[in-house]
Design a protein around this ligand. Structure first.
Ligand code: ARG
Length: 575
């Protein structure tokens, strides 16, 4: 089913082309003065000259709009204002009631999309930056999969760098079973810090750690076994966080740094053959064009270090090559904090220079900001340690449970627990996704859990209220009956228009991955619904009017449920 914008586009594009003699994008957008407006005349006049209102008139005359629009007007310096006929709106609404996808089409050209997200570091506590990456990446997975793309989830955990020399030595010092215990209960930071303290203060330990890295990278069996203990225990712990969050990441999605180990030398060889490698301070480097350090010297990606070891950059080059060449992905998403922007841009440029990244394939940094404490600094506990993620999530659920108990004391215990989880976790996710992802935000549970404002509980409650309308009416969700839908009030019309905007909004978000726009849409929809519900009684209405209003309630509830679901947020039927 075409979106409203597409319908207008289909009619106006040929008309503009006829007038201009060349293709013109009609630039359709929502308008204050009508349903939509086309702004294309102005740019066209700058190109071909003439009087804007005149040109707009000619476009309107050339366009076939009678069967779509009840009014077409030219305003100001040549805007074309377009208002849909009620009949068209009710027909489209009827189409979406009967459609599981609510009228949202599948992607026209399905792709293989590799999404790199979450990516915490083994034997180290997941921090709130990884929380953001996990939440945003999960929303991208859900949305793009739902649009019909094939998604490859890639959890690029850090488990192969130099720190693992010191971590394995520390594990040997305290004993394997003690280490496994510390890691499985999630005391990752304690473990990491203890190793670090020894590394910084004890020369013999430091020496052992260095030798251990060499053993690890050269594939020594005992070392690998010990390393694997560290990594496996960490993975188990990460899985508990993912389960708690309700994200789609599974055990099978761990493609950590070590996965690429035996591809690293071949990356060096290939870059060498292409003439892209240069030696610098004993290391093999690539210098993609246009990156400079503070002194104005060219910046390298170090591919192979002087001591023969490989680093983060080499691994990322092997990773991007693998995704393009072996997985045949044509869209690569990296959901990673903004501080790594330059590193990723350099990786993409090298991949382009090496002819791995060739259009239509493209790589995008889905960058995100940080989560701050109420002091405006990186979120920390009072003791100054970094915050443990599970503690935050648990607190959110406990607080949600209290809020729900107060709001609806009649819920039985089991329902309340389920609702508290949906609301607590949903609130944390929504606070993240409703913020422009490139910005920082303050982690404030009071605000996140509020039933007022742009929050998950507000939207979840809006939907639950609609469910209760159906319960009270004693009717199941209405069957579509296109003949009977009728618009009698402006508030109904406003709601239909809002609902029919879902499809083009999702198309936009699939491109930009700006989930705050989906959040903003859902919040707007809930407000438009509230005005509708205040002005248009549903249960007291009759006949076709009631049928139409029930359809509007139903489609609103389903749009909220689907939209929240795409953000990874559950919507309970009662709360
Ligand atoms: N483990 C890294 C970190 O914690 C993030 C990895 C992001 N993905 C990548 N392909 N570099 O900073």
């Amino acid at each position: 089913m075409a979106s409203l914008e597409e319908l207008l586009h289909q009619r106006l594009a040929p008309a503009f082309e006829a007038v201009a003699g060349a293709p013109v994008d009609p630039v359709i957008r929502r308008s204050q003065h009508a349903d939509f407006q086309s702004d294309a005349t102005l740019a066209l006049v700058r190109k071909i000259g003439g009087n804007p209102r005149d040109i707009a008139n000619r476009v309107v005359e050339a366009a076939q709009l009678d069967d779509l629009c009840s009014s077409v007007e030219i305003s100001g310096p040549g805007f074309i204002n377009l208002t849909f006929s009620d009949d068209v709106l009710t027909r489209l609404l009827a189409d979406s009631v009967g459609d599981e996808r609510l009228g949202v089409p599948q992607a026209k050209a399905p792709e293989i999309i590799a999404i790199d997200y979450s990516a915490p570091n083994a034997a180290k506590e997941m921090h709130v930056g990884h929380l953001r990456s996990t939440i945003i990446g999960d929303a991208a997975v859900r949305l793009l999969e739902w649009q019909g793309h094939t998604i490859v989830r890639q959890n690029h955990i850090g488990e192969w760098g130099t720190p693992f020399g010191m971590l394995v030595e520390h594990l040997l010092d305290i004993g394997e079973s003690e280490a496994a215990h510390e890691l499985s209960v999630g005391d990752l930071n304690g473990f990491y810090r203890a190793a670090r303290v020894k590394f910084d203060n004890d020369e013999t330990f430091k020496d052992r750690a260095r030798k251990r890295v060499v053993l690890l990278q050269s594939g020594d069996e005992t070392t690998l076994r010990l390393w694997k203990t560290l990594v496996d225990e960490s993975k188990k712990y990460f899985m508990t966080v993912y389960d708690m969050l309700g994200v789609r990441l599974t055990e099978d999605d761990f493609f950590g740094e070590s996965y690429y180990n035996d591809q690293l030398q071949s990356v060096v060889d290939e870059l060498g053959e292409l003439g892209l490698l240069r030696e610098s301070d004993g290391a093999q480097c690539v210098f993609p064009e246009g990156y400079k350090n503070r002194n104005g010297d060219p910046l390298p990606i170090i591919v192979k270090k002087g001591d023969g070891g490989f680093g983060y950059g080499a691994t990322d080059l092997a990773t991007i090559r693998h995704r393009l060449r072996d997985l045949h992905a044509t869209r690569l998403l990296y959901v990673v904090g903004l501080p790594q922007h330059q590193h990723l841009a350099m990786i993409y440029d090298v991949a382009r220079d090496a002819h791995w990244l060739v259009p239509p394939a493209r790589a995008e940094h889905v960058g995100h900001g940080s989560i701050l404490g109420d002091d405006g600094k990186m979120l920390r506990t009072r003791a100054g340690k970094s915050v443990k993620l599970v503690d935050l999530l648990e607190e959110a659920v406990v607080r949600a449970s209290a809020v729900i108990a107060e709001k609806n004391p009649e819920l039985d215990e089991e329902t309340r627990a389920a609702v508290a989880r949906a609301v607590g976790i949903g609130a944390v996710k929504y606070a993240d996704l409703s913020t422009d992802r490139t910005r920082d935000y303050v982690f404030d549970l009071d605000r996140m859990l509020s039933f007022e404002g742009n929050t998950a509980p507000y939207l979840q409650y809006a939907r639950a209220r609609i469910c209760s309308i159906f319960r009270r009416a004693g009717v199941a969700a209405p069957l579509p009956d296109a003949e009977k839908l009728t618009i009698t009030e402006p508030a109904e019309r406003a709601l239909v228009l809002e609902l029919l905007g879902f499809s083009s909004l999702l198309a936009e978000v699939s491109e930009t991955l700006e989930f705050h726009k989906l959040a903003h849409y859902l919040h707007g929809l809930a407000s438009v619904f509230t005005s509708f519900y205040e002005k248009c009684p549903v249960l007291r209405a009759e006949g076709d009017v009631q049928q139409t209003r029930l359809v509007l309630c139903d489609v609103t509830a389903r749009t909220l449920e689907l939209g929240l679901g795409l953000l990874g947020i559950d919507a309970p039927d009662r709360m």
